[in-house]
Design a protein around this ligand. Sequence first.
Ligand SMILES: [Zn+2]
Ligand SMILES: [Zn+2]
Length: 484
Amino acid sequence: MTTLAFYGGVNEIGGNIIFLEDRGTSLLVDFGKSFEQYRKFFNEFHRPNSFRDYWELGLVPRLNVYREDLMKIQGEEKPAATIVSHSHIDHCGYLPFLHPDIKIFCSGQTYKGIKAFEMVSKKSFDTEMTSYTETYDPERKIIFRNMKFPKPTKKDPNREPMYYRTMLQEKIPPKPVERKFERRTKFSIDSIECELYGVDHSIPDACGCIIYTSDATIGYTGDIRFHGPNANKSFYFVERLKEERPDILITEGTRLDEETTLTEEDVRWQSEEIVKSAKGVVFIDFQYRDIYRLNTFKKVAEATGRTLLTSKKHATYWKYFEDYYPHILDNVALFHRRAKTRMRGRAPELEHVSDEEIRSHPERYLIHLTFNDFGKLIDLSPLKGAVMISSVSEPYNEEEEIEAQRIENWLKYFNIQKHHLHSSGHLSGPDFEWMVREVKPKIIFPLHTTQENSIKMKEMFPSQVKCLNLGEKFEMKKGLLNYM
Ligand SMILES: [Zn+2]
Ligand SMILES: [Zn+2]
């Protein structure tokens, strides 16, 4: 018997967690952090202090998958492996809590994306994706050490201490634990066979998968689109699904209510037109983890004879992808930082362009400026005839709307003309309909989509779509589900 349960991504966009069990062997498919749930309790100022906060508030599922130093009482067998479809946090954000014995299967660039994201993130217990240091164990033997305060300095090695303090020190300091990433796209664990297929999405090398268990064949799209630079990969994945005729298709439906979108090529040529006719500074705002969008704007920079300027953090992230894209940092330079960038990784050696230089020769640059760096607008002002190409998705919740309003306020204050040019990372309604008609799955589970969109899917394919409830479990015997 095979069982399938959904612990995240149900009636919300992202935070996917799928738990699959087949003849005593289990597998996690994506281990994503749900921002919607997280924001119910926390924001950027009030952050969780420890894993316990996540656990007690029900932000992480009650599963036997966590590190032993975080969760003492562990029940039945742990899953043997996790598949990570791609490196967006809503699909892999809870990896820092995962037991190190659980192998992580993903594509090469997904691993790079996870590593790079960790290196540009602030050091914190919930960003330790590829390796971690065990939390303090009170049972571990400790020694006491008397420390003198204030400590002697180089200048004054004989400085008289004013007082002593007793310090606790662990006898054996905890060592960092490396996670096991397996960059393989075909593997089997006992009775479960898995195949990962590259699909097109707004982050490089995203994957969908086909999982064969003893009682069912299951297809999972991950996040997918059919209009980006790697659309051929998505089409091939659909071909494979069509051949396998899955019993179950778990599919995203983020943009089910939308019909069209610009392509990456549309973003490129329309941006090029705007940049060519610009009289002042040109700013561009895009998600730095979308290497395809970076490539688009690098082409725009080249065609208009400009240099792409960005922040230290973004350049550091891009540097990690040099193995795959050797020219990723060509024609990229840095603008002067305003505040100290707090991250684990070291920034690449790139030219810094001064504010004076940008002010006197705005026609030489294309400035990648995301909201966190908007302070640069103050440094660069007065800005005459400046434009901003906003290449990000439209706000989809209240919080994003507030942030979008803040962006509007800045642009209005500095009299910057805004153009919105974006190509989405997700498939449209008509593409979804086409995909389902091609694949002809027996059952469709909508995941990574709103409740309204799940209902819409149900209206399109009433006999196939089963809308989900959080934590719901399905049993399959020879492809049949218990609810039927
Ligand atoms: Zn997602
Ligand atoms: Zn994604």
